[in-house]
Write a protein of this length. Sequence first.
Length: 256
Amino acid sequence: MIVDARVHIGKAEPQMAGAPPLEPDGYPIEKILNLMKKAGVDKSVIIPAHRSDYREANKQVAELVRAYPDKFIGFGRVNPNCTECAFDTAQEAVEKLGLKGLEVSYFAWKWYDPVIAVPFFRRLFELDVPIMIRADVDVGLVKFSLDQIANLSPLSPIIICVSWSFGQTLPPPHRDELFEIVRNNNNLFVETSGSETILLEKIVSRIGAHRVIFGSNSPPKEPISERAKIEAMRISDKEKELILGGNIMRILKGEL
């Protein structure tokens, strides 16, 4: 099974997105399904596009999962900059809406402090779902807190997106620091979108194919081109199967 672990749905707020969205109201669901078909993707993890408040957006994700249960896996999303608000939103997404994971991104700088970040993630781990973070926009979180966060709950998976929004990848030295942290923590996984084949091969050589997860970051990217980068990798077919779906399905079942 081919699973795209990072697809955005719904309208993005321009001030949150970092650039005007390609389509002001997001991609129509029919277009997302068509892109999946062209890329040979069986299922997609759908996540709300960038907003300041995600409660309604999370409900939209849950509705789409109910409408297309064979095509979509729902992740909720929270704005972390109000700790209590974020946890309430996360709890509602998981316990009431039945979503299977959470993205937490765009932290204000003060939240990079482990004194604040670590207790917040400790609460999130109580919900017992995978957590997705953004190493590209939240570099400080990686640098100052990620290792402590990963050690809080060694059986709680964290999926780390490493690409910039415009096709650039997380640059050295931050990238090397990140991969060292990932290598030392078995519950950390790296998502592939925006990374070129040569970098993906380096990532696999550093942390192993069993810790890498295919995602397209669609929109603006498209799954057919992001999958092609993985198919072009000089690794075994078994390793490609893990990256293209095996790993995300394994952690969604609660297995590392």
